[in-house]
Design a protein around this ligand. Structure first.
Ligand code: MLT
Length: 434
């Protein structure tokens, strides 16, 4: 058994009694109340999910396993010669809650390495798709095509015991995650680089190999590591994480769950937003004649825009402050691309938009989210095909969703099945007839 799996096994055995006790002895304790507004309004804020992988505080932002983003960047071992932690070390941390040693990171790296080659039939399927298919469709299709190799699906039909489900999900997660950099880079090169594919380099880590297969030199390897880590998890209520969790709760295997997760991520109100922000930004630059505007010009532009539209990349369903994922990427930009025109526009919007939104009192959260900054970095390093940005988000999000699903099976969470009412029933409740 690998060190990671053994460590996970220990953690699971220690955690199970906590969940069992809560469920058995405290199952009737009330956590929350539900209003009609919440039922009609997308279940906003209803506390109804449990995860220990990450927690999103509205005023502080995300913590992964209790650590803020700067703490994660500081504590997880870095890849030699780079400023970012390895994705492998971060995944170990997400799964176990422990900071891995260099040795433990190397072991995850070698586990991924053994499993990283994407079968040739997947490439043939992708090559057979129309080249104008959205890269998210290709990404989800590539993953679905590998479902036949699911260890869980096979073992389940051979009498796998419930207590061991997580082990099969873990193996599927490792097999799938290890292949995502090659699958994503293949889609990019097939669609946008005349099909000239760059083979993977087994000497490189997850992020480094992805940058290599994309054909983009340093420091894009660090951009990739940072991007995958920042997008990995945002607790469990967002559409992609929740979709993955829901689908896996039916004991659909990891391939079904992660492909479904991607389909949720592909929506413009979720992962596609980073693409929309960049398209909008280029429109702003065009309308300002390509020059970096003065603060007053930008304010006027924002006031005019707000008469008929919203400013993309500002606001969030849960957050009530600047998204720390935005801040982390802004710091990267200040260090690596401070004079970039697109970054200057974004930074000026950061200065100008929140006070105007606050003054107008329309937005619950006037601060920028992760999407307001991420496309700028990709564009700067030559990934100019907006529609690919959500694929990058998907590679990252798979790390968090796989971790959550493994734990959900380990703790025996059941099939998710909330109850629905009719509109007439809600009216009866509202008008006091019930
Ligand atoms: C995410 O990372 O999933 C987005 O910020 C959306 C969310 O948290 O609801």
């Amino acid at each position: 058994m690998s060190i990671l799996k053994e460590k996970l096994n220990e953690k699971i055995l220690a955690e199970r009694p906590r969940t069992e006790r809560l469920n058995k002895e405290y199952g009737n304790v009330k956590v929350d109340e539900v209003t009609i507004g919440q039922i009609i309004g997308g279940m906003r804020d209803i506390k109804s999910l449990v995860t220990d992988i990450s927690y999103l505080d509205p005023f502080e932002g995300i913590r992964f396993r209790g650590l803020t983003i700067p703490e994660v960047f500081e504590k997880i071992p870095k890849v030699a010669g780079s400023e970012m932690p390895s994705v492998e070390g971060f995944f170990y941390f997400l799964l176990t809650g422990d900071i891995p040693t260099e040795y433990e990171v190397a072991e995850v790296r070698s586990e991924f390495d053994k499993r990283r080659e994407v079968p040739a039939y997947v490439f043939n399927i992708l090559r057979a798709m129309p080249l104008d298919s959205h890269p998210m469709t290709m990404f989800a299709t590539g993953i679905m095509s590998m479902q036949k190799d699911s260890i869980f699906a096979k073992d389940y039909h051979h009498g796998l015991k419930k207590g061991q489900y997580w082990e099969a999900y873990y193996e599927d997660a490792m097999n799938l995650l290890a292949k995502l950099p090659e699958l994503a880079a293949f889609i990019y090169r097939l669609k946008y680089c005349e099909g000239v594919i760059i083979p993977g380099n087994p000497e490189l880590d997850f992020g480094g190999n992805f940058a290599h297969m994309m054909g983009i030199p340093k420091p894009y390897d660090d951009v990739a590591r940072m991007y995958f880590i920042l997008h990995s998890d945002h607790e469990s209520g967002n559409v992609s994480a929740h979709t993955g969790h829901l689908v896996a709760s039916a004991l659909s295997d990891m391939y079904y769950a992660i492909s479904a997760m991607l389909n949720g991520l592909a929506g413009p109100l979720h992962g596609l937003a980073n693409e929309e922000v960049l398209r909008w930004l280029h429109g702003v630059i065009d309308s300002m004649g390509g020059k970096v505007p003065t603060e007053d010009d930008m304010k006027k532009f924002v006031y005019d825009t707000l008469k008929t539209a919203v400013i993309p990349g500002f606001g969030h369903a849960v957050l009530r402050k600047t998204d720390p994922r935005y801040t982390a990427q802004r710091e990267f930009c200040l260090k690596h691309l401070p004079d970039d025109k697109l970054f200057k526009y974004v930074d000026m919007l950061y200065k100008v938009v929140p006070p105007i939104l606050l003054e107008q009192g329309k937005a619950k959260n006037p601060w920028p989210n992760v999407d307001a900054q991420s496309g700028v970095i990709q564009w700067y390093y030559g990934v100019k095909e907006y529609e690919f940005y959500t694929v990058l988000f998907g590679v990252g999000r798979a790390l968090g969703v796989c971790s959550n699903i493994i734990w959900a099976r380990a703790l025996g969470y059941p099939l998710e099945r909330p109850k629905s009412l009719t509109t007439k029933m809600l009216e009866d409740i509202a008008f006091g007839k019930k």
